[in-house]
Design a binder for this molecule. Sequence first.
Ligand code: TYM
Length: 331
Amino acid sequence: MFDDKKVIFSGMQATGSITLGNYLGALKNWVKLNEEYTCLYSVVDLHSITVRQDPAELRKRSRALLMQYIAAGLDPEKNIIYYQSHVSGHAELGWILNCYTYMGELNRMTQFKDKAAKHTDNINAGLYTYPALMAADILLYQTDVVPVGSDQKQHLEITRDIALRFNNIYGDVFTIPEPYIGKEGARIMSLQEPEKKMSKSDENANASIYLLDDPELIKKKFKRAVTDSDNAIAYSVDKPGIKNLIDIYCSFTGESTDSAVAIFEGKGYGNLKAIVGDTVAEGLRPIQEKFKELSQNSDYIDSIIKANAEKANYMAQKTLRKVKKKIGLPQ
Ligand code: TYM
């Protein structure tokens, strides 16, 4: 397991069900990359509490998210799938990196600005220093590659800046990670407001497709997708609704945008929505079946959670020991 393969780390917050955006922007690529690398995929539950959570719900969603990783095709014997809070090294390195992160840098983070605007009654310090904990997630494992959607690019840049700053002071401590942002699916948009990204927290139930949505519901949501009024199929930024549907179709089928446009040309929007809806419903069906199967195997999931936390912890401690020594904490 801890051979000389390069390392991948990525994670998702356990807030709400996982969307088609999370799947196409991240999880699908994780599955694609999982053979060639040593992979750690975390349910980043410590990040989730930067927004107020119902405790029972958080516990339930964290477990469901971990099971969706497996259901989507990640083999938990080969990939380290675990809860961030089960490896205390994340919080420890997170604190240390807070001391190497500037407020000026944090002030620029768009995710902080968006979330602060949404949760005006709870703009807490954790929400603000979120990127330092995210940097810790990544740097803790000497990660080479971080597969994410394009909205996380800024967080990856600050991670690299923190790592370079640290290395400049103390020598080669951290591997400098590279983002991996897929060509298709890097930014899936809302089905109702296609100029906005699809988000777990959208209040409009028709705006997002969830991985565990019933196939009929998926088709219905696509039928209701907002497009535009000219009925001509083209892949263009001026037609965000159509562009989004074509992106989703291409992500599932592997078709290029040009050939997708050729397939749909002259067929009308109704047809496009129906075909994309069918493609997604069918594409997600095996994941949903696997999820059901896993739901009946609680002991197996428990054993995965335990064994993988141990593996992650082992790797984390190696980096943490090095960091503590370098900065002068007593041994
Ligand atoms: P989160 O939980 O918001 O999203 C998880 C992953 O899904 C991607 N994503 C999207 N991709 C395409 N289209 C969309 N509409 C869309 N919405 C979300 C995100 O880019 C992400 O890859 N800060 C992270 C979680 C995190 C993390 C990490 C990620 C914590 N530590 C370390 C990587 C490495 C977040 O909030 O993702």
